[in-house]
Design a protein around this ligand. Structure first.
Ligand SMILES: [Fe+2]
Length: 698
């Protein structure tokens, strides 16, 4: 049975013969059972019954009258979903026969890389690469009332697996309905580390304080670093956002990291196993016939999700043609579009230099602005950037000349909200938000000329849409509202280009201290690019030894394991260190440091030579993507087991070509790791101050 068949066949029906009553006792037990850490078992709930739940339950594909509830168990169960409008009265049931069952591949079989040519993208009953024994259930609830809160619970036969007052959903309002809508927007979150946790906590605190819960969760991609595997989805997405996912639908766009294991064209991979996206206009809009791009309506908003990663972006492409028709068809008051690769950014990526970003600007933005788009949400670039009200900024490189309709800050309490005509009109102005700051390390290359706010801090974006007003807020990881803008659509507004718009000042790097002089015997290359800049932030571990695999990109430097974040130079003595290790002397002699850097697709082919520039005292071993590429002053061993460490004074940056390292480079995230060794515990100083250079091919 395909998902489509299942959805059509699955009709919720009143639960009989007896109405299930959700008692207070049950609620306590199930809330506890659903906590990610397992916690203490409640009396009457056997460990084996609750631990079988390995993912969810979570919500997908909601409409005014239906929703899908998904969950996984580590072995087969008798799946049952009960639901109702009162938490203690789940009087309707979806039976096992109306729930799609999907199994993990059998042991020893490789994940499927292709589908039979006659199947559609959402028709694969076998999961791509879930752990052996895993079963995924997808229950389709229909005949629901719009704008209504329902509670639900998931069972194995009569045995409860999850449920209680925290397991609920609210059906969509009818299209065109004017209701307050709150949307949470997150990008590039999937690290599983403390930054992601802090951003999530800040959003939860914000929402709780205002007593205004989320209606929708939009994820603009890169939710499962580094490779979007099934296990990374579990750890860096489902486990982290569990409490939100059980009561809010996450509508997702695929990022390049998910693209390492999932394919947009075929609709296969862990990403497509995790999400159930509309293909047949189930939630409004026009049928896309693909889960990789789709649209849906919520109240008076039309949402459009695109796959900017691995589909044709050309006007003649299938996605672009669908987009044009979808825009033509919608009659909603607002259009919000989201995808991964930003058309305008100078964060960790440069939209003037990278193909996918240039194409989204040059080829896709004209279609959207002709269709009256109001807001574009993207990620990929690890930063928060928010534009002025702009239109027609398609040229490369991006300039602010002739494209700004309002150069104010858009803040209703400041220079005033951006104004557009009521309804949908072509070319009345778009606000661009780059929200790639949801968990990965934030960085900045420069200033895109169309931006009004650039914030180099982790956080997320909350959108409130109420009738004719859309308000965007950036809530940073500390809980502060760091940006606020509004768009108001009333009456008739004649768009007018602002001559000489007020743009942000050029970006200059704040230098904590002067760069070291260059020294050493090997001359520094000319025209080299700094892949990791001097005085960058690194993850470092001091005072204890790193785990065996600490140089691998997939390893998350956990605070609980002693990892910290600090700018280089790291060390003590000589008063030349930004990150000073005051307790190192007489205590320990090794420091581990790692720093990731990104390469756009095609970049690695342009690099002729990689080289490490480093000031060091006394010796070090360097690794690229987990492979040793250089050792200086350490004769034998690694980490705790080094022998014969030579003494060396850090006079300045010395250059070391890394002859075979270019072969180790990969697209997207790479990791440079350096372990620094002091010659003795009692040494008067220690310095570890590396940066990474790439010499381009001529
Ligand atoms: Fe990305």
């Amino acid at each position: 049975m395909t998902r489509a068949d299942s959805a059509a066949a699955a009709r919720s029906r009143p639960f009989s013969p007896t109405t299930f009553a959700w008692t207070a006792c049950c609620i306590t037990a199930f809330v506890c059972a659903a906590t990610p850490l397992g916690l203490a078992q409640q009396p009457g709930v056997a460990k084996t019954e609750t631990d079988i739940l390995s993912r969810g339950p979570y919500l997908q594909l909601s409409t005014p009258t239906s929703i899908s509830i998904l969950w996984r168990t580590s072995s087969a169960t008798k799946p049952v979903v009960r639901f109702g409008t009162q938490p203690d009265q789940l009087d309707q049931e979806v039976a096992a026969s109306a729930i799609l069952v999907r199994n993990a591949p059998l042991a020893g079989l490789e994940p499927s890389e292709s589908l039979p040519s006659d199947t559609t993208s959402d028709a694969s009953p076998t999961l791509h690469s879930a752990p052996v024994g895993t079963v995924q259930y997808e229950a389709f609830l229909s005949d629901l009332q719009p704008s209504t809160r329902y509670y639900y619970a998931v069972f194995d036969g009569a045995t409860p697996l999850a449920g209680g007052a925290e397991f609920y959903f609210r059906t969509h309002p009818n299209p065109s309905a004017v209701e307050p809508v709150r949307v949470w927007v997150v990008g590039d979150s999937g690290t599983g580390d403390s930054r992601q946790a802090a951003v999530y906590q800040a959003m939860q605190d914000f929402v709780t304080k205002q007593d205004r819960p989320l209606d929708l969760f939009l994820h603009v991609g890169d939710m499962a670093y580094p490779s979007g595997t099934d296990a990374e989805f579990q750890r860096n997405f489902f486990d982290v956002y569990r409490s939100t996912l059980q009561s809010t639908v996450c509508w997702a766009a695929m990022g390049n990291h998910e693209g390492k294991t999932s394919k947009g064209l075929l609709g296969i991979g862990p990403y497509f196993d995790a999400y159930r996206c509309p293909t047949r206009a189930e939630a409004g809009g026009l049928a896309s016939a693909s889960e990789a791009y789709y649209s849906f309506d919520y109240a008076n908003i039309h949402f459009i999700c695109l796959d900017s990663h691995d589909l044709d972006r050309a006007p003649t492409g299938v996605m672009s043609q669908w987009l044009r028709a979808d825009l033509e068809a919608t009659k909603q008051d607002w259009i919000i579009a989201f995808w991964h690769h930003p058309p305008y950014t100078k964060g960790s990526h440069d939209s003037d230099k990278e193909g996918a970003l240039i194409e989204m600007r040059e080829l896709i933005m004209p279609v959207l602005e002709a269709g009256g788009v109001d807001l574009v949400l993207t990620g990929h670039s690890h930063i928060y950037e928010r534009s002025m009200l702009i239109d027609g900024a398609y040229q490369t490189p991006t300039t602010a000349t002739g494209v700004v309709l309002d150069d104010g800050d858009g803040n209703p309490h400041g220079e005033g909200a951006y104004r557009k005509s009521k309804g949908l009109h072509a070319h009345q102005g778009t606000v661009q938000v780059v929200a790639g700051h949801g968990g990965a390390r934030v960085t900045r290359l420069g200033t895109s000329p169309v931006m009004k706010r650039v914030i180099v801090e982790n956080g997320s974006t909350i959108l409130d849409v109420e009738g004719d007003t859309l308000t965007g807020m950036m809530v940073d990881r500390g809980g502060a509202t760091s940006d606020l803008f509004s768009i108001v659509k009333q009456g008739t507004v004649i768009p007018k280009i602002v001559e000489n718009p007020r743009t942000l000042p050029a970006y200059s790097v704040a230098i904590d201290k002067p760069k070291r002089e260059k020294s050493g015997t090997v001359p520094f290359p000319k025209n080299a690019t700094e892949l990791i800049k001097p005085n960058s932030e690194w993850d470092y571990l001091a005072g204890r030894h790193a785990a065996e695999n600490w140089t691998a990109i997939a390893v998350i430097p956990e605070e609980s394991d002693g990892w910290k974040v600090g700018k280089t130079s790291i060390g003590y003595g000589d008063s030349d260190d930004i990150t000073e290790l005051k307790e190192m002397k007489d205590s320990y002699s090794v420091v581990y440091a790692r720093r990731e850097f990104e390469l756009a697709p095609g970049d690695k082919e342009k690099i002729a030579e990689l080289g490490l520039a480093i000031a060091y005292d006394d010796s070090f071993i360097a690794y690229l993507n987990g492979q040793e590429v250089l050792r200086v002053g350490v004769k034998v061993g690694r980490g705790a087991n080094v022998g014969d460490v030579q003494s060396h004074e850090a006079e300045g940056y010395e250059y070391f070509p890394l002859p075979n390292a270019t072969q180790l480079l990969v697209d997207d995230d790479n990791i440079l790791s350096v372990e620094g060794h002091n010659v003795s515990l009692s040494s008067s100083d220690f310095t570890l101050d590396p940066y990474l250079l790439a010499v381009p091919k001529r």
